[in-house]
Write a protein that binds this ligand. Structure first.
Ligand code: ZN
Ligand code: CA
Length: 375
């Protein structure tokens, strides 16, 4: 049985360890010690030198016991938080919700998930549950753009499939898809000239960029795809025909081919317009993370739903509009769904979570361990 006081006490303890993204050194140490105290083998990977974050990712491996044939699985959460996340003072209200007392976030994103994992390990030990090998992968830098997960080495991971605990939504529901995102940078180089003396000798990068942008499909493209220009940079004095403009943009799609089409459309609009006005263009795009999409009847989704429904909870599936570490694990070839934790207003000082939802999350982890072990 999940012990509510122990679990909520540990959650309160974890959120009080400062861990704003890039500054994960302290929380990493606390988590490492806790995994070791529970008897797991913990490795901190070597990503720190590549990411510049406060620690590497932690991979805690729990050896199989009582059943050798069960599939190897992983659970993943992230240890970092957004700002303001220093000096968090959590408070359990009479309404059963946990909030932060001060002017900070709460950090239930994602420490509710981490607390649920620790409690599940304790419960499984106490009940002597047979289980296959389980890795607990706690990443850094999720909030900086999935930095830690993206820097993982596939050889550090040893799992057939996985479960992230890092989604909004009612506890029990499962995020079975999330979009890919591309970062796009475009430059338009025109020609400077004196705006009053000889403007006809110039090519205004601002005008060309505007024409190019008006030829781009932006905003909501279709139900799967969006695109946005977030920053327009260029120009200076009003008496100079502007020579250089840089545009920073993104595109997202739940469907990989639609993403390619969207990027191509933006690129064509840029290049055609620049050619027409005699300007030079450069177009760079980079896939920040891949999309993933499971079907309702995929075995991984079915397994999770059997486990969750087996303990009397509802289990809906949904597709998210934003990426998470689950995107990266799927990209690494480890099919991973993202379980909802029930937190609300994350990334704001109003962030809150129900204590009972953290309890349910821990029960779900235990149920998944049981279901995977076939017991
Ligand atoms: Zn999160
Ligand atoms: Ca977040």
């Amino acid at each position: 049985m999940v012990v509510k006081d122990r679990l909520i006490g540990e959650f309160m303890e974890l959120v009080q360890v400062d861990s704003e993204t890039r500054h994960e050194q302290e929380i990493a140490k606390v988590l490492k010690d806790k995994f070791m105290a529970l008897g797991l083998e913990v490795k901190e990977d070597d990503s720190k030198e590549r990411t510049g974050h406060g620690a590497g990712n932690l991979i805690a491996t729990w050896k199989a016991t009582g059943t050798e044939q069960a599939p190897k699985i992983l659970f993943t959460c992230h240890m970092d938080t957004v700002a303001p996340g220093v000096g968090i003072q959590p408070e359990l209200g009479e309404d059963g919700w946990i909030r932060s007392k001060g002017a900070t976030i709460l950090g239930a994103d994602d420490k509710a998930g981490i607390a649920a994992l620790f409690e599940a390990i304790r419960v499984a030990e106490e009940q002597k549950l047979p289980h296959g090998q389980i890795q607990f992968v706690i990443t850094v830098g999720e909030e900086s753009g999935l930095i830690g997960a993206s820097a993982m080495k596939p050889e550090d991971l040893d799992a057939e499939f996985g479960f992230a605990l890092d989604s909004n939504g009612e506890v029990g529901s499962i995020c079975i898809g999330a979009p890919t995102r591309a970062n796009i940078e475009m430059t338009i180089t025109g020609k400077s000239a004196h705006a009053g003396v000889n403007p006809e000798d110039g090519i205004s990068a601002i005008q060309v960029a505007s024409k190019a942008i008006s030829a781009m499909k932006l905003g909501r493209i279709d139900k799967d795809t969006t695109a946005n220009i977030g920053k327009f940079e260029g120009g200076g004095a009003t008496n100079v025909v502007c020579e250089l403009v840089t545009l920073y943009a993104e595109a997202r799609s739940n469907v990989q081919e639609k993403m390619s089409q969207q990027i191509q459309q933006m690129r064509d609009a840029l290049e055609t317009t620049c050619r027409e006005y005699g300007a030079q263009s450069e177009f760079r795009s980079e896939i920040a993370y891949p999309a993933y999409k499971f079907k309702e009847d995929d075995e991984l989704v079915q397994l999770a739903q059997r486990a969750i429904r087996g303990i009397g909870l509802k289990s809906e599936t949904f597709v998210s509009g934003g990426g998470s570490d689950a995107n990266v694990f799927n990209g690494l070839g480890i099919p991973t769904v993202n379980l909802a934790l029930g937190y609300e207003y994350i990334h704001t000082t109003q962030e809150k979570i129900k204590a009972d939802d953290i309890v349910k999350a821990a029960e779900i982890v235990v149920a998944i361990i049981r279901e995977t072990a076939g017991k």
